[in-house]
Design a protein around this ligand. Structure first.
Ligand code: MYA
Length: 434
């Protein structure tokens, strides 16, 4: 993939929605894949002036099994962490964005709405809602100082942004305090001026000040060096709109009415005891989730506070459902998705694509396929146009059967200052970043 701003989880054109095409494995020799492999190999050959200076797995070390797993650099004494912010080019100044303030939240929302991640064809752009941003940026123990903006000194206009939130991430047996870095954005007019490396160094400095030395992040671009590379899959819920806006295409020999029929879902979930998660379910969901996530090589180490924050339903932000056994009242299964609309750029009839993103799902009694079909049913009832999922955890077991089609977006996962000896299979990853 080229060093464009190709996205973490950008909305992607679903290449072929012809009837059973979605059920076929993606053709690895397609032109698109050949081009991607070529671009990836170019990226490996490319110099990364900034990333080569950072404690991350370097391409030249890939496959060197003599290097130990774990931190690449030891922590430095806190007194040696730089006390003053990094220098910005002189027209700009740092600002800490207080997301409790409506006005600041608006500014961040607008910067991202107009300048954040787009798909390769510039047809869609993520449109994170204000409520979503407040949720994503204020988890338990968050630091205001990690919500970093850059303003133009004269106009005070917000022109760039980067954030971190604290998380405990387990890598094999080790629970590591990390920052999850997200929402790196530079105004379109200020691109390619090397602002991003300064912003990354500044967030790193502020994370170090809290005595945290590792981070996790995702990006659509290839950087040194992904711990794994995932693919997005898309399940049409409103095929007519998706075709009208160019998100997907009518397959050959398919009519609109056959396509609509193909993606039709029942009106109600099928599983007895399937219901929305409530506050009283937090302890049971935490137990279920911790037990489930323990099988993956990398996953969050969620406690009850985290589960309450990240998984208790919040309207238009995150939806969670579970199965309560009608007999024993045990909580046996769980599924969740978050709401991330995209702006549709330059369409006469539609301006917003309403997308649900699969989050954490756990099946112990209900087959995962049935559980996820119920998730699709409730998402459809909530008027989502499309349901997206990465091929992480056990997702591959339901994608094709539930008529998800592969997207052309790849999402690379990275750790900062933590070496993993061999890249993971996507099914070994138990982490979903927003
Ligand atoms: S991923 C979402 C990223 N955002 C977008 O794609 C939105 C649209 N694009 C933009 O706003 C700009 O194009 C951005 C780059 C801001 C992305 N992650 O300033 P430049 C490197 C990391 O001239 P610009 C997310 O939010 C690039 O390889 N590095 O470029 C997670 C080059 O370095 P090198 C990236 O296009 C972010 C340098 O920047 C990315 O004007 C995780 C060029 O800088 C990227 N997505 O701005 C951040 N894109 O020469 C890392 C480009 O070496 C966190 N670059 O190749 C690391 C952990 C920090 C905390 C550690 C704590 C211990």
């Amino acid at each position: 993939m080229t060093d464009n701003n190709s996205p973490p989880g950008s909305p992607k054109v679903n290449p072929d929605h012809n009837s059973e095409a979605n059920l076929l494995p993606k053709d690895d020799s397609s032109l698109e894949n050949i081009v991607r492999r070529f671009q990836d190999s170019m990226s490996l050959a490319k110099k990364h002036k900034f990333w080569e200076t950072q404690p991350v797995g370097q391409f030249k070390d890939a496959g060197d099994t003599s290097l130990p797993e774990g931190p690449i650099e030891p922590p430095t004494p806190l007194s040696e962490v730089k006390q003053e912010p990094y220098n910005l080019p002189s027209p700009y100044e740092w600002t800490t964005c207080d997301m409790d303030l409506e006005e600041t939240c608006n500014e961040v929302y607008n910067l991202l709405k107009n300048n954040y991640v787009e798909d390769d064809e510039n047809m869609f752009r993520f449109n994170y809602s204000k409520e979503f941003l407040r949720w994503a940026l204020r988890p338990p123990g968050y630091y205001k100082s990690w919500h970093i903006g850059v303003r133009a000194k004269t106009s005070k206009k917000l022109v760039a942004f980067i954030t971190g939130v604290p998380a405990r991430i387990r890598v094999r047996d080790e629970v590591v305090k990390m920052a999850e870095i997200n929402f790196l954005c530079v105004h379109k007019k200020l691109r390619s001026k090397r602002l991003a490396p300064v912003m990354i160094k500044e967030v790193t400095r502020r994370v170090h000040l809290e005595n945290i030395w590792q981070a996790a992040y995702t990006a659509g671009v290839v950087l040194p060096t992904p711990i794994t590379t995932c693919q997005y899959w898309h399940r049409s819920l409103n095929p007519k709109k998706l075709i009208d806006v160019g998100f997907s295409r009518l397959g050959p020999r398919m009519t609109m009415s056959r396509t609509i029929k193909l993606y039709k879902l029942p009106d109600q979930p099928a599983t007895p005891g399937f219901r929305k998660m409530e506050l009283r379910d937090v302890p049971a969901v935490t137990r279920l989730l911790r037990n489930y996530l323990s099988q993956f090589v990398v996953s969050p180490d969620f406690d009850e506070n985290d589960v309450e924050h990240w998984l208790l339903p919040t309207e238009d932000v995150v939806d969670s459902y579970l199965v309560e056994s009608p007999k024993t009242h045990d909580i046996t299964d769980f599924c969740s998705f978050y709401t991330l609309p995209s702006s549709i750029l330059g369409n006469q009839n539609y301006s917003i694509l309403k997308a649900a993103y699969s989050y954490y799902n756990v099946s112990t009694k209900t087959p995962l396929l049935q559980l996820m079909n119920d998730a699709l049913i409730v998402a459809k009832k909530k008027d989502f146009d499309v349901f997206n999922a990465l091929d992480v955890m056990h997702n591959e077991s339901f994608l094709k059967e539930l008529k998800f089609g592969p997207g052309d977006g790849q999402l690379h996962y990275y750790l900062y200052n933590y070496r993993i000896r061999n890249a993971l299979r996507t099914s070994e990853l138990g982490l979903v970043l927003l």
